[in-house]
Design a protein around this ligand. Sequence first.
Ligand SMILES: Cc1ncc(COP(=O)(O)O)c(C=O)c1O
Length: 457
Amino acid sequence: MEEKKSFLIEKIDIKSPNKNIVPITSSIGSDGKLSIGGCSIEELVNKYDSPLYILDEATLRNSCRAYKKALEKHYPGESLPIYASKANSSIFMSNLISSEGFGLDAVSEGELLTALKGGVPNEKIVFHGNNKSDKEIEFAVNNNIKVIVDNDYDLERLEGISNSLSIDLEIMIRFTPGIECHTHEYIRTGSFDSKFGFGIEYLDTLFARVSNTKHLKLKGLHAHIGSQIFELDPHRDLGEIMVNIIIDAKKFGHNIKELNVGGGLGIKYTENDDPPSIEEWVKTVSASVLKACKRNNLELPTLMCEPGRSIVSTAGITIYKIGAFKEIPGIKTYLSVDGGMSDNPRPITYQSNYSACLVNNPFNINPKNKYTIAGKHCESGDVLFKEIELADCKTGDLICVFGTGAYNISMSSNYNRIPRPAALLVCDGEAEIIQRRESPLDLLKYDVLPDRFIKQN
Ligand SMILES: Cc1ncc(COP(=O)(O)O)c(C=O)c1O
């Protein structure tokens, strides 16, 4: 039988985790089974059940340090990496990134609260969103959190609050630079037709408008051009465009001191993916800002970036248990697992691809074993893998899906009233719970049966 070796034997790049498919602590024990962070996955599932999200602390910290180090090396001015918490928001994640010197970006009161509870210093949090509620804006202002103004509606309300409290408020503004990226349409945000931010052609009007306010102080500029980007040119162009805008804003009396280039660096989900390293990305952004500032004799602004996926995705794996098999002769064989689109909505939403292997036999992939991995939800499209080759497997075996740290738990749902899996942190052979497993009873917590229906029954 022809056998293919698993991608797991590829050399692991410790310096830039986004270039690996697997967490940097992945290893195969003497029993031939997969372990992460020094923990046997089989033992973790025996103890914590499946499906199970697992985060590897070493990979997380290495990603954070790669950004910090690269900024220190390539950008001579002040810098602040900011974790985009939409990728995976939890008290634990807030705490970890804060301990690595990161700031955090949030887009809702929930994410803000999580960041504060996790210990992120208020002054290192920025608040985004194209439709912030009054309550959310007030929450941010009351907690000294900088608001990124996305539209006129944000501006009006911040002006109103600053006037009524007679306090100066520092703001950043978000604009759309019109840079196209070869990425999935749904996550492209930098093009002119984006719902986010001010159009670049409107900026002069906006600068004049902010100059006319009594208490709003324009401190920074923000743009985010998309996600899972493998090219360096879009960010090189972005740095230059942003510096030109800082110069333009001076004509209106604004001294913009912070420049936030957003996130977007891609990661390696499958063997075909070849993203730049974190250092290459930071070097490119830094060089473009430096060059443009030098040419224009401009003092270096504080350089901020907002990585999400490239911080947390590769650190995360999801473990599922195999249940039913259904063979449709000559067509395909379905292999169903105990989770699916409620814990990972990316395949059904974006047709995203992942890599996976059997926990107890990561190698010895048999090309004859071609499976369609289906989730358990009542939806034909609930398919995690359209076709994947695995080693020989049976009901009860465990499957490990790699690269699920970002936009999985944070995008999860309770579709079909399926409780969310537990999330564990692994490090040096120890595993700790960072998010408890939901139970079906938890899901009834917010249901209310009006009194008259109770009486009827
Ligand atoms: C404003 C903003 N910043 C940062 C990010 C993080 O992007 P990524 O996870 O691709 O690094 C996003 C994600 O869409 C975003 O919308």
